[in-house]
Design a protein around this ligand. Structure first.
Ligand SMILES: Cc1cc2nc3c(=O)[nH]c(=O)nc-3n(C[C@H](O)[C@H](O)[C@H](O)COP(=O)(O)OP(=O)(O)OC[C@H]3O[C@@H](n4cnc5c(N)ncnc54)[C@H](O)[C@@H]3O)c2cc1C
Length: 387
């Protein structure tokens, strides 16, 4: 048998978290191998709502720390990735029948502006400008149109840009290569890859997103594991022009976005409990019907049918188990390791696209407890370039 190739850090998963950690670990001077069973951003990180935001709706569940941190990261990403992350005006039309009245939304927007240290301005749009701002929007029973600033991106392109930055720093990325199993032999992990190659790694990072616990089950001795719930979210790419980012209430009171996307409208998302193989996730008939109904309710002049769907996107959120269900569950990233003082296994659960850099930095600090870092770069200053 040939000797296994040796690396400091083996990362499982080529979503935003895997590539973010690859970038952070490589910038700290470690040798890094990342394996991705499909291609970069093939799962959640290519199927999100594609917002770089604090998350206005998380104010309702009082996740103020998360919103503050995410808004701070958003500002940094505007600077690091100007070709990939843009500042946009988002519009919230308010109707008599909405659950959230205009005064409550104004209070939320004021808090959002304060948490962003003044960088998310908001305003009321005068009635005479409603049609011009959002052509085709239903205005019957509409009482106000609010606008606030937030960020948007192309999630898959952003993930690929971080992967390219990691590669530039010396990380190796192998796509179409699955992690199969790993066992502890003395001071290292011996990991088997689907290519038949064996890798010796000092630290294993489990960034497998919705597969996180099935990857955990293939590691001996068994690392710590978290109880999670998985929730799928669908988006439809509709062949309707979209002139603005619009944030509305769906029939059941949850929020839904319409945003410009590749000459059409991206509409979503839903939150439906998920179980089974993440590779088989797809929008259910109910989800498709709910998104189309919401779109048609707010843009009744030119209603959409199933034949107007150009593409469906479906991603899976990993959330901690919460008795109050998905809405109340924390959207924070959970970082779990086998030994806080000298970790050899680190897993990531959940989180947001927006906060990938900060969380990856935290993982790099944990890695430094086991492996001395020889700092080459700081991810707060590494520019991200579109392809
Ligand atoms: C519907 C929806 C909308 C969202 N919208 C937003 C938003 O607008 N803004 C925001 O900030 N956040 C958003 N999020 C959250 C954000 O998308 C996720 O937190 C983030 O993409 C998770 O990235 P990840 O790297 O953990 O997982 P993933 O992107 O799922 O990556 C995990 C990777 O691991 C790979 N993998 C699994 N098993 C193996 C194996 N054995 N070997 C090799 N590779 C393996 C998978 O193929 C996959 O590519 C949204 C989430 C959802 C579900």
């Amino acid at each position: 048998m040939p000797e296994p190739a040796e690396v400091d850090v083996l990362i499982i998963g080529g979503g935003i978290y895997g590539v973010g950690i690859a970038q952070a670990a490589a910038s700290a001077g470690h040798s890094v191998l990342l394996v991705e069973q499909q291609h970069i951003a093939s799962a959640t990180s290519g199927n999100s709502t594609k917002l770089i935001h604090g998350g206005l709706r998380y104010l309702e569940s009082m996740q103020l720390g998360l919103v503050y941190e995410a808004l701070h990261e958003r500002e940094l990403l505007f600077k690091l990735a100007p070709g990939l992350v843009s500042r946009e005006w988002f519009y919230i039309p308010v109707y008599r029948y909405n659950r959230r009245p205009a005064w409550l939304l104004r209070v939320g927007l004021m808090l959002y502006q304060a948490l962003s240290l003044g960088r998310s301005r908001f305003k009321s749009i005068p009635r005479r400008q409603w049609h011009q701002r959002i052509p085709g929007l239903e205005t019957e029973q509409m009482t106000a149109l609010l606008a606030y600033e937030d960020g948007a991106t192309d999630d898959a392109a952003l993930t690929r840009a971080v992967a390219a930055s990691a590669t530039k720093l010396g990380a190796e990325i192998r796509q179409h290569t699955a992690f199969v199993s790993a066992s502890r032999e003395g001071d290292v992990w011996l990991a088997q890859l689907s290519s038949g190659v064996e890798i010796s790694a000092k630290i294993v990072i489990n960034a497998a997103g919705p597969w996180v616990n099935s990857v955990c089950d293939r590691i001996t001795p068994a690392p710590p594991k978290r109880h999670i719930q998985r929730v799928q979210g669908a988006h439809l790419h509709l062949n309707r022009p979209c002139h603005a980012f619009v944030y509305v209430e769906s029939g059941d009171g949850r929020v839904m976005f319409f945003r410009p996307w590749q000459h059409g409208t991206l509409a979503g998302t839903t939150e439906t409990d998920f179980s089974g193989d993440p590779a088989a996730v797809h929008a259910s008939e109910d989800e498709v019907a709910a998104i189309l109904a919401t779109y048609n309710r707010y843009f009744p002049e030119n209603p959409c049918r199933e034949s107007d769907i150009l593409k469906q996107y479906c991603g899976i959120r990993v959330l901690p188990q919460h008795p109050g269900g998905a809405f109340s569950a924390s959207r924070h990233t959970m970082i779990v390791c086998d030994d806080e003082a000298r970790p050899a296994y680190i897993a990531l659960y959940g989180g947001k696209l927006t906060t990938y850099r900060k969380e990856s930095e935290k993982v790099a600090q944990l890695i430094a407890r086991s492996l001395p870092a020889t700092r080459r770069a700081d991810t707060r200053h590494l520019k991200l370039l579109p392809e």
